[in-house]
Design a protein. Structure first.
Length: 258
């Protein structure tokens, strides 16, 4: 038996259209020569030439949102309460057992951009792959957005998961889900078009807002989901522990035993 690891995460980097312009990360890189002044401050009298190749260290400073890159959203991001009135959990309060579980992939690449997936869509896909959900399995959704990551089309690409589909998954005992799009819900551009026609505010962030009634987490901006089988893999998605935060960055990885 061989074990394979599939990196499901995108890199944090400058100048990639992975978020709206106002919230993109800014990374400042300093190389081994540029940091020498810091070392000299710690070691007065040190001759820089005494260091191997006259180098100290490379370091980066980052202006970052917890929702940049591949990340896990906590219920606190979705609403101030969950489970019909409890204070919503922040990312440092998420049970670790939620974040290392068998995975299931729903292939929704055939749905058009902006489509809102339903319970029936989920049930049909599970029937197609012959899988019955078990509590705490991690469900990931492969949309058309994955193939457009890094392009200007990414933010408006892919389908989203509606309130009905999300509620049904949670009723099966699912607590962590994920998607390769910018949002678990349909892209804002498509939702806004529907809102302008209907005036119905309930369609805005409808999948996220299910957490008001049953708290859950989801991953956004997953990558390379097309490389995964439909099931028989494990997902690891432990978030960085940020006190009181609405999300945490993850190095999402799928582990496959062949």
């Amino acid at each position: 038996m061989t074990r394979r690891f599939v990196d499901l995460s995108v890199a944090l980097e400058n100048d990639v259209a992975a978020d709206p312009a106002y919230m993109r990360p800014k990374i400042q890189y300093r190389d081994h020569k540029q940091t020498m002044g810091n070392l000299l401050g710690d070691f007065p009298g040190l001759d820089p030439r005494a260091m191997p190749d006259g180098e100290y260290c490379a370091v980066e400073r980052i202006d970052l949102s917890t929702h940049n890159g591949t990340h896990l959203d906590a219920p606190w991001h979705f609403h101030s309460t969950m489970n019909d009135g409890e204070r919503a959990s922040t990312i440092d309060e998420i049970p670790l057992e939620w974040c290392f579980q068998p995975g299931v992939k729903l292939d929704f690449r055939h749905f058009p951009d902006g489509y809102v997936a339903t319970r029936r869509d989920v049930e049909d896909e599970l029937a197609r792959i012959g899988h019955t959900l078990r509590p705490l399995e991690i469900v990931v959704v492969n949309t058309r957005a994955g193939e457009l990551y890094g392009t200007d089309a990414f933010l408006s690409a892919g389908c989203g998961m509606g309130a009905e589909a999300t509620s049904w998954l949670l009723e099966q005992g699912i607590r962590v889900t994920g998607i390769d799009g910018w949002s678990w819900d349909a892209p804002f551009s498509h939702t806004n078009a529907r809102f302008q026609q209907s005036g119905d505010a309930s369609i805005i962030w409808e999948g996220h807002k299910v957490s008001r009634h049953r708290g859950y987490c989801h991953m956004e901006k997953l990558h390379d989901l097309h490389l995964l089988p439909s099931d028989n893999f494990v997902v690891s998605c432990f978030p960085v522990k940020i006190k009181g935060a609405s999300a945490g960055w993850i190095r999402a990885v799928a582990i496959i035993d062949d």
